[in-house]
Design a protein around this ligand. Sequence first.
Ligand code: NDP
Length: 316
Amino acid sequence: MEQERVKCLIIGSGPAGYTAAIYAARADMKPVIYQGMQPGGQLMLTTDVDNFPGYANGIGGPQMMTDLQKQAERFGTDIRNGWVTKVDFSATPHKVEVNDGEKEILADSVIISTGASAKWLGLESEARLRDNGGGVSACAVCDGFFYKGKDVAIVGAGDTAAEEATYLAKLCNKVYMIVRRDEFRASKAMQHRVNNTENIEVLFNTETVEILGDEGVTGAKLINNKTKEEFTIDVSGFFVAIGHKPNTDVFKGWLDMDATGYINHAIPGTSKTNVEGVFVSGDAADKVYRQAITAAGTGCMAALDAERYLAEKGLH
Ligand code: NDP
């Protein structure tokens, strides 16, 4: 297999990966990025980004990722299409196989920024009204503002759904919370917040049959899974908060993770993992904040940590 020695390998091309690349390239670490399965990451599925500081008039998600890529390229980042299929972190330099054995990278430092993917219900209407910016979203903090004063629905019963429902309730007229069982999964404290919010109506034992609307969401057809009664709610936004899956399967067995696969920080407040020379940034290690700006911030941290590590080892 062809081998290549790289000082700084960045895996993943969302805001975390590109920010790490900008810092690493400007520090002359000659970073190489493998973009992964979805170049640009989750923001490629977003329409307007209004909460990233510096864009006074907002920006489209895909445009923002093109800009970040260009900024990383401006300082000489080597950006490659491809994904990691295997790693061996048992010794340094770390071994990273790309594209099913096409090449083996020997990396002095590795920055993981593979992100996470939102889970979806799997309905045709959900995908259509998500992809055309029609009002289906997996991020209330990103998109709630567009539904100010309107009625919306949110699916899920975990901490994320509960937190996002209360967030939406502050902006929207009414929030329907669609819960498939007869109880929440969220912590007692979060349940309490939901129950104490007047404009949230929790629909227990309820599942989504279809999201209604052509160009934009106009409502949802729901079913009570106990009585089998179908009914419709009128909403103009439909939020899905049924969990995320971090894209970390390829690192299993090498890196410490929680039960869902989020990578643990070896030292809180840094980007260090349990393996020396391997750093993590962005949603691959963050199940709480999950914002573009926090991902970018931790990408910066990872590049600075990697630079210090390389300097300490006399590799840079
Ligand atoms: P969870 O996996 O905890 O919850 C997912 C929820 O979605 C569950 O209620 C589940 O229902 C429901 N669900 C899953 N699939 C479907 C489906 N197909 N249709 C309808 N409902 C479905 O994910 P979260 O994102 O809420 O949380 C992930 C982790 O992050 C948790 O550990 C949580 O505690 C943590 N977190 C912490 C926060 C904080 O500390 N502030 C904030 C946000 C998250 P069911 O219950 O029936 O399985």
